[in-house]
Design a protein around this ligand. Structure first.
Ligand code: FAD
Length: 508
């Protein structure tokens, strides 16, 4: 009998699993695909207050999110880092005084200590202006943070598992029923087809955009219309500008979008907001969204953004709480937690939420969970660190340097990539390697078997896609033949070992 059963291995499910396991609850989490395969790898990857939400008077959400920025940065300085964003003033759109007022609030309502404050810049003399069309003269430069969203999910899952939680991927919750004072959840291993029943005192529906489907199909309720599904898409193009800062642009339709330096050689542009009635698993960028993003970016950049520049696209579906807003971009981004205890065992549904507020969402969820099943511990995550993040926020360069000293055969860019993904655990991954040969088979770019094995052993990776697009972004660097060779290697290792993925046991 587990204390809680969580459906969904996105940021919210994994954040709750980690918090609960750290308090001593016994936790079982089922994810039907790979961790972070849903919305949690399809975000704009900002740890941000959400400047735009001030326009919708979402002060509670903005304040809470701003407070989380520095907390999360301290908890995972390898995968989270500060960004400076440039917001050009566009004549005819929001007036400069309004932007200044919003940014003043942004700087002052939410626990900013280390991140620098807003400043005004003159784009005619500031290097950032070189990327833009002439005519943009004034801008504001402000702070937010960047996060590797998919890795944030995996690190929460890793920490939860290290604290005793059972995390099963490629495992679908197919049916759940109340039996007396507890739940019986039937799960199916989607690789083998094997079914099993898991008993738990409380059920948490953290299925993100699938939340209503889980309520309808798994739990058997037919009154579930709580969530508004809003698709957002991004394009990744070859690097458009040299400046290390990001851009926050306004559009004439009132929306905003970002252009962010991405994976050294690229620029990430997005996002869109479109109601999406389909299956979230099929979300993909549409032609009209591509046109919209290219046209919007070309309004600002001196060099137009064309379809030919695009090297990758991705789309995610926001599971927003349906607050009846008319336009998709106006629907609340805040989270809503609803506990139901009709007869017997309690159920909690998680609606909405941001990557940025996942830790607070988990704390709020635990408060409600412990009211139902009894408390075992206290809130503990505010000052905790995630796996590999046990170093200071200003020590990243020193960590890269130290890794190069300990493993002199590593190219600096390789050492940087490993520290940025794995932090202090990069040493575990490299083991006692003394040369590149010791890292095993080479798959392309700077990916070797040592990293692949580490990802299968400790991070639940089960195919090339998991490795190339969610644990790393080497999908941008490996060609189709190299990706196929990687896939064949992973399948071979999986077939040769019965150690479950992520179990910490060696597969090779
Ligand atoms: P998901 O990540 O979708 O996780 C739900 C999981 O449940 C899925 O992995 C799914 O496979 C699994 N599941 C479903 N049914 C079952 C079942 N029956 N059995 C087992 N598993 C099941 N937030 C920010 O803070 N900053 C941003 O910059 C930002 N940008 C965004 C941009 C876009 C375009 C979008 C779409 C969102 C953005 N967000 C951002 C919001 C954020 O990404 C989401 O709120 C968050 O990822 C939702 O996480 P989740 O865990 O609720 O859902």
């Amino acid at each position: 009998m587990h204390d809680i059963f969580i459906i969904g291995g996105g940021i919210n499910g994994c954040g709750i699993a980690r918090d609960a396991a750290g308090r001593g609850h016994s936790v079982f989490l089922a994810e039907m695909n790979d961790l972070a395969n849903g919305t949690s790898s399809g975000s704009t990857k900002l740890i941000h207050g959400g400047l735009r939400y001030l326009e919708h008077y979402e002060f509670r959400l903005v304040r809470e999110a701003l407070m989380e920025r520095e907390r999360l940065w301290h908890s995972a300085p390898h995968i989270i880092w500060p960004l400076r964003l440039i917001l050009p003033h566009h004549k005819g759109l929001r007036p400069a005084w309004l932007l200044r007022l919003g940014l003043f609030l942004y700087d002052h309502i939410g626990g900013r200590i280390l991140l620098p404050t807003t400043r005004s810049i003159d784009l005619r003399s500031d290097p950032a202006g070189r990327a833009l069309k002439p005519g943009f003269e004034r801008a504001f430069e402000f702070s937010d943070c960047w996060v590797d969203d998919a890795r944030l999910v995996v690190l929460n899952a890793r920490d939860a598992a290290d604290k005793g939680a059972e995390i099963r991927t490629r495992t679908k919750a197919v049916a759940a029923r109340r039996e007396g004072d507890h739940w019986v959840v039937e799960i199916e291993d989607l690789t083998t087809g094997a079914r099993e029943e898991i008993h738990a005192r409380m059920l948490i529906n953290a299925a993100g955009p699938w939340i209503d489907r889980v309520l309808g199909q798994t739990i058997g309720r037919n009154d579930a219309h709580n969530v508004r599904l809003v698709k957002g898409s991004h394009i990744v193009i070859r690097r458009k500008f040299e400046d290390p800062r990001s851009f926050f642009f306004q559009n004439s339709d009132g929306r905003i979008f970002f252009a962010i330096p991405y994976e050294d050689d690229f620029t990430l542009i997005g996002t869109t907001d479109e109601d999406f009635p389909g299956d979230p698993a099929n979300a993909a960028i549409s032609d009209s969204e591509i046109d919209y993003l290219c046209a919007s970016a070309s309004e600002y950049f001196a060099e137009p953004v064309r379809r030919d520049d695009i090297v990758w696209t991705y789309a995610g579906v926001r599971p927003l709480f349906d607050d009846g807003a008319d336009a998709a971009q106006e629907a609340t981004r805040d989270y809503v937690l609803k506990v139901e205890k009709k007869s017997g065992a309690p159920l909690m549904n998680i609606f909405g939420g941001k990557i940025t507020t996942y830790r607070r969402l988990a704390e709020a969820a635990l408060e409600k969970i412990e009211k139902q099943i009894g408390a075992k511990g206290k809130p503990w995550t505010a000052k905790s660190v995630l796996p590999g993040g046990d170093f200071g926020v200003d020590e990243v360069e020193a960590r890269i340097e130290a890794l190069c000293t300990q493993f002199p055969f590593l190219a600096r860019a390789h050492a940087r990539r490993l520290i940025r993904l794995y932090g202090t655990r990069a040493r575990t991954l490299l083991g006692d390697a003394r040369s590149a040969r010791d890292l095993g088979r080479h798959f392309g770019a700077d990916l070797y078997a040592a990293e692949v094995d580490y990802l299968m052993r400790l991070e639940w990776a089960q195919d090339a896609q998991d490795i190339l697009w969610r644990r790393t972004k080497l999908g941008l660097r490996l060609d189709a033949k190299q990706a196929a060779a990687l896939d064949a290697y992973v399948s071979e290792v999986m077939a040769a070992s019965d150690a479950p993925a992520g179990s910490g046991k060696d597969r090779v």
